[in-house]
Design a protein around this ligand. Structure first.
Ligand SMILES: [Zn+2]
Length: 359
């Protein structure tokens, strides 16, 4: 149904216009959703240094410049080491509020009409921060953004796969009373050597609570991890999944069931999952009919928020207007919004396209 609607809105747009490489002016203003974002990975260097100072957390960096110089990663683990160090400056409800507010302001500026924010409670509870402190700060910022400018957002609780499944189950115990405030559970942190299957009991619990589920898979790990996330954890979406195209059967499965992949182009290049943006497979998979979306992952660590990811695809892969529109369209379709809400956003996207690309 949604494809037909997008098609109808494009009737006034010529095939030549759709085939042109998308400009930043167009993609910056394009209504879109973000589905793969770690809120702790959105903390700005400025906020990080300020909170370290206020909370008397000693970091091995004297200035923002020193800190930024450390954002030169050789793989996922080298990033995660810095990510957890960065998260350690977050101590109070106000800190979590300020970090979340900063990101939601970016959503407002970047036409991210809907966002699904991931957070890592164990990265905080393991260092003695109360689960409720984390939840209160993040959800208050989400409520304020909704009431102040209509920002749509949902919250996704990630479980750390380098910790035992008992810790994941304990985290779900703490989160259970928040019910609807959490839309889904996810699985993140170091992918290798931590396959998804041991977390099956946690995902089963989450499903019984009515939550959706996602899992990082096929970023550094093999296609077998994606199969395992789908078949054992029974997830609704795969985070990353860029290694899917090593397995034709998997690609066929993803296409047949329209399983969304939340791909993060700048992240993949920064963490050396893919050597150069011009080698990235996101648009090939998109054209092949896989339900791919573009996302920023940990934007302040990887050199750009969502619009910078779209921009990189135009610059290095020659992403066309049509492909940009399809990515934006997929971002709403692959979200955990209900059908009526998805339609509202799809209509806004269609109206924008009709207005901005019509000749
Ligand atoms: Zn991620």
């Amino acid at each position: 149904m949604s494809d037909v609607q997008t098609g109808s809105s494009l009737e006034s747009v010529s095939a030549t216009t759709l085939a042109k490489t998308a400009t930043d002016a167009f993609t910056d203003a394009l209504p879109k959703a973000e589905l793969h974002l770690h809120i702790e990975g959105s903390i700005t260097p400025e906020r990080l240094m300020k909170l370290a100072d206020a909370n008397k957390v000693t970091l091995p960096y004297d200035s923002e410049a020193d800190l930024l110089a450390a954002y030169d990663f050789k793989d996922l683990q080298s990033f995660l080491d810095l990510y957890y160090l960065g998260a350690s400056v977050l101590q109070t409800e106000e800190d979590f509020y300020a970090m979340t507010r900063d990101y939601l302001e970016v959503c407002r500026a970047q036409k991210i009409l809907h966002t699904e924010i991931g957070f890592d409670p164990q990265a905080h509870t393991d260092r003695g921060i109360d689960f409720d402190v984390v939840m209160s700060g993040i959800t208050q910022a989400m409520r304020d953004a909704r009431s102040e400018w209509g920002q749509s957002s949902l919250l996704l609780m990630n479980l750390l796969r380098h910790l035992p499944v008992e810790s994941a189950l304990n985290t779900i115990d703490q989160a259970e009373r928040y019910g609807d405030a959490i839309i889904a559970v996810g699985l993140d942190s170091a992918e290798l050597p931590f396959p998804p299957e041991p977390f099956a009991p946690a995902f089963e619990r989450a499903r019984a609570l009515g939550w959706h589920s996602v899992a990082h898979a096929g970023e550094e790990g093999p296609p077998a991890y994606i199969w395992s996330a789908l078949n054992t954890l029974k997830v609704d979406r795969i985070d990353h999944g860029v290694r899917s195209d090593e397995d034709p059967e998997l690609i066929a499965h993803l296409k047949e069931h329209q399983v969304p992949l939340t791909v993060c182009p700048l992240s993949n290049v920064r963490l050396r999952v893919i050597d150069h943006m011009r080698d990235h497979n996101i648009l090939r998979m998109l054209d092949d009919g896989v339900m791919v979306t573009a996302n920023s992952d940990d934007p302040t660590y990887f050199g750009g928020f969502l619009n910078e990811n779209y921009s990189a695809l135009s610059t290095d892969l020659g992403m066309t207007n049509q492909q940009a529109i399809q990515l934006a369209h997929n971002s709403f379709q692959a979200s955990f919004l209900d059908a009526a809400q998805k339609q509202v956003f799809a209509n806004r996207l269609d109206a924008f396209v009709a207005q901005h690309l019509a000749e």
